[in-house]
Design a binder for this molecule. Structure first.
Ligand SMILES: [Zn+2]
Length: 300
């Protein structure tokens, strides 16, 4: 290679590697504020992440809206009640009803009719930040349970009440859950937590996005998403560019360790978002979530 050619090639590589990180607002579409984080207002021994702490982490990371849900629902209520603090931090709370009162419910909610009663009571109660906007996160480790009576009831209820769903399930369960809505999935705003945490092939994700116009993919823990230098792997970059309106980012603060690294998690997103065209980055980072729930774009 000629010297000039080599130089320009090197410049091109360096430019690609140092593409500026995305610096706009983030919508955290998968946030839990569970009881072990300690969902109180005042710091205390044995209370690692009181409200002031989690809001400070969001604010420092430029997170301007969250899908809030928690086990039990008290954490969501606490965030939705802290109106002055969330306003001061510039964070809009989009509350979801979690299906779990405790850890045991993860594995039995789909066969427990009292979960439907609990969800209905929460929906009727609402929150100080407004009505609940969705149900979940829920898990189905065996996709067949998507056809159980409780899942069927909740999917029908969600579509009837125009609630979104946040579901940690495999691709088979996506089809089953969608089939259990009156519109057969054509109207259901289903946020697919992790977009196939077991490694659902990108081609299959593509097919599901094509089949269900309101299916959204949330990208925490997604295997195979990032490759060199924290940038997107080619297959996923192509998929995000093909469906720029269908993906969102999330923290999934399911254990306290995720709160400890909240800043790093969000920085990781900013890194690969920065490698996308600016308009696509902005959609995945903020617009798609904001559009889903009718939020205005925040002022910097
Ligand atoms: Zn989660």
């Amino acid at each position: 290679m000629r010297r000039a050619g080599l130089l320009s090639a090197l410049v091109a590589v360096c430019t690609a590697a140092t593409a500026a990180d995305y610096s706009g607002p983030l919508f955290d579409a998968h946030l839990h504020y569970n009881d072990e984080a300690c969902t109180h207002d005042t710091p205390a021994p044995g209370c690692p992440h009181p409200i002031a702490d989690v809001l400070e982490r969001m604010q420092k990371s430029g997170v301007r809206a969250i899908v809030a849900n928690s086990r039990p629902n008290d954490g969501t209520t606490a965030l939705a009640t802290a109106r002055e603090q969330t306003r001061a931090a510039g964070v809009t709370v989009v509350p979801f009803v979690r299906l779990y009162r405790n850890r045991a419910d993860y594995n039995s909610w789909f066969q427990d009719p009292t979960i439907v009663e609990m969800v209905s009571a929460e929906l009727a109660r609402g929150t100080p930040a407004g009505p609940y906007r969705g149900l979940g996160e829920f898990h189905l480790y065996d996709s067949a349970n998507a056809n159980g009576p409780v899942a069927k009831q909740l999917m029908a209820l969600a579509e009837a009440k125009d609630l979104a769903i946040l579901a940690h399930v495999d691709d088979v369960a996506i089809d089953l859950l969608m089939a259990n809505t009156p519109s057969k999935g054509q109207k259901m705003r289903l946020i697919w937590a992790h977009t196939g945490i077991g490694g659902t092939p990108a081609t299959r994700v593509d097919a599901l996005l094509a089949r269900y116009p309101k299916l959204m993919g949330e990208l925490s823990y997604r295997p195979g998403l990032t490759c060199v230098d924290g940038q997107l792997c080619p297959e996923w970059r192509a998929l995000l560019l093909k469906y720029p309106d269908r993906f969102m980012i999330g923290s999934d603060t399911w254990v306290n360790q995720r709160w400890q690294y909240y800043g790093e998690l969000m920085q990781g997103y900013r890194t690969w978002l920065g490698g996308l065209p600016a308009d696509v980055a902005q959609r995945i980072a903020w617009d798609n979530g904001a559009k889903l729930f009718g939020l205005a774009t925040p002022t910097p």
